[in-house]
Design a protein around this ligand. Structure first.
Ligand code: UDX
Ligand code: UDX
Length: 464
């Protein structure tokens, strides 16, 4: 029986996952550790570093009881009989596999540290999304450098989506656990199964071999992203043919073989996972000599880039071919609603395109601080940090963001946007007053009655 769990990495995945494991297993002590002291300090306040509906409530129930956030990684490792590795695995920005392969240096560092510090046997669980066969690398490091202790490596990918993390964790469609099919491996799988079985029905806990589990996570994300790119490709076709993409999505989604989820056309998908995991898959296929398969999946990313570019270009074309010196209000910067996460958000790329065309952008997002927006733009390196701050301003009031704007671009589907006083916004805008609804969340008919010129994704009204 597992008595002590340590999780290395207190991010969007590690934090919420461990909070729920601790909540549902009061008999297990859960230590979440991280090299980032500021993050750990925030986890110990009511102002958590991750915004997720319901998270604070769960943390408060378990924190100080059997859930602890600490910077002492070595102590966490030493005390634990099960260690989750939940550090980030960004796309490599250098060297071999640059732009595609996952950068595993943090995972490797974790494995080396575990090997160095451990004095008793440990089950090491990969929580980070990793390329297939990473577990093998971790195993090698542990066994070559790990002294007397024995290690079992499991793959337990996380399927939670941000914004609904707590719900997804409390009621997962499935939990996937992969491990070696040896007696020791099967025992380790069973130990982890028991942790989840405290609240997840047994039949939803899928046990597989190690590589199947690692691959399944990449493929689940690739399939989800593929659906979005598919419907987004059709949105372009709808705009020129006069069909309505939401009607098409509904019509095809009622076929139970297709299903209704993940068919919402948008300004493009973002988030830390989809692009990274597909690039990873592409790299894997190339590595194993399957270029046709690689090209197939690459297209999902290409279409997503096209969609973001198309949205920005549509704004420029519609505003009489120039946005130079014009105020454009961007509502939303997060990659989806109910999160403060901005990684790979379409907002970054839309803003970058518009700034290249000399727009003055004013952004409002209910959860994302200005600091993150500037960090996102500066990271692109398109222009100097000074220029980014001069051309893009951030405000705390949506009405101020829209005041005197030539156009509004809806980037994130925050619910509050639907409830605004759109008449008041219209009255204070430049005319013609344009709205580009990158999420099709507003009531377009009503907006047109007010006088707005409305452009939606996959909608043919509004002229071209
Ligand atoms: C997760 C998964 O782990 C990643 O593989 C997946 O694709 C995206 O989601 P996430 O929790 O979102 O990552 O990442 P992040 O919020 O950046 O958290 C990672 C944490 O690990 C950070 O707080 C970072 O400080 C910490 N870390 C990183 C360490 O403690 N040690 C390290 O060596 C590196
Ligand atoms: C995703 C997977 O859903 C989750 O299982 C995995 O663990 C991590 O990656 P996440 O990136 O947090 O989760 O959010 P998700 O809800 O999948 O949305 C990803 C992006 O796709 C967002 O930008 C979202 O707005 C966009 N999206 C989603 C669409 O544009 N249309 C849709 O129909 C659904």
């Amino acid at each position: 029986m597992v008595k002590n769990i340590c999780c290395i990495g207190a991010g969007y995945v590690g934090g919420p996952t461990m909070a729920v494991i601790a909540l549902k297993n009061p008999q297990i002590k859960v230590n979440v550790v991280d090299i980032n002291a500021e993050r750990i300090a925030a986890w110990n306040t009511d102002d958590l570093p991750v915004y997720e509906p319901g998270l604070l409530d769960v943390v408060k129930q378990a924190r100080g009881r059997n859930l602890f956030f600490d910077t002492d990684i070595e102590k966490g490792i030493r005390e634990a009989d099960m260690i989750f590795i939940s550090v980030n695995t960004p796309t490599k920005t250098y060297g071999l596999g640059k732009g595609k392969a996952a950068d595993l240096r943090y995972v490797e560092l974790c494995a080396r540290q575990i090997a160095e510090v451990a004095t008793s046997d440990k089950i090491v669980v990969e929580k980070s999304t990793l390329p297939v066969r990473t577990a093998q690398a971790i195993k090698t490091i542990l066994s070559e450098t790990g002294g007397k202790a024995n290690f079992q490596v499991l793959s337990n990918p996380e399927f939670l989506a941000e914004g609904t993390a707590i719900n997804d964790l409390l009621e997962p469609d499935r939990v996937l656990i992969g491990g070696d099919q040896t007696p020791e491996g099967l025992t380790a799988i069973e130990e982890l199964t028991q942790v989840y079985a405290s609240w997840v029905p047994r039949e939803r806990i899928i046990q597989t071999r190690l590589w199947s589990s690692e691959l399944s996570k990449l493929i689940a994300n690739a399939f989800l992203a593929q659906r979005i790119s598919s419907i987004n490709s059709i949105s372009a076709l709808c705009e020129v043919t006069g069909a309505d993409v939401d009607e098409v999505a509904y019509a095809i989604g009622t076929d139970s073989r297709i299903g209704p989820k993940f068919l919402k056309a948008s300004v493009g998908f973002g988030g830390s996972c989809f692009q990274k995991d597909i690039l990873n898959l592409v790299y894997l296929c190339e590595y194993f000599g399957l270029p046709e398969v690689a090209r197939y999946w690459e297209q999902v990313i290409a279409l997503n880039d096209y969609q973001k570019r198309r949205f920005a270009q549509n704004i420029i074309h519609t505003l009489f071919n120039t946005v130079s010196g014009k105020k454009i209000a961007m509502l939303g910067w997060a990659f989806k609603k109910d999160t403060n996460d901005t990684r790979e958000s379409a907002a970054i790329y839309v803003a970058d395109h518009l700034l290249n065309d000399m727009a003055n952008i004013c952004v409002y997002d209910p959860k994302v601080p200005a600091k993150s927006m500037y960090a996102d733009l500066d990271y692109l390196g398109t222009r100097s940090p000074d220029e980014n701050r001069k051309s893009l301003t951030v405000v705390n009031d949506p009405y101020e963001a829209c005041k005197n704007a030539h156009a509004i671009a809806i980037i994130t589907e925050w619910d509050e946007f639907k409830a605004y006083d759109w008449q008041r916004i219209y009255d204070n805008m430049m005319k013609p007053a344009f709205i580009f609804d990158g999420r099709n969340i507003l009531d377009h008919k009503r907006l047109m009655e007010i006088g707005f010129k409305v452009k939606g994704i996959g909608k043919s009204y509004g002229g071209s």
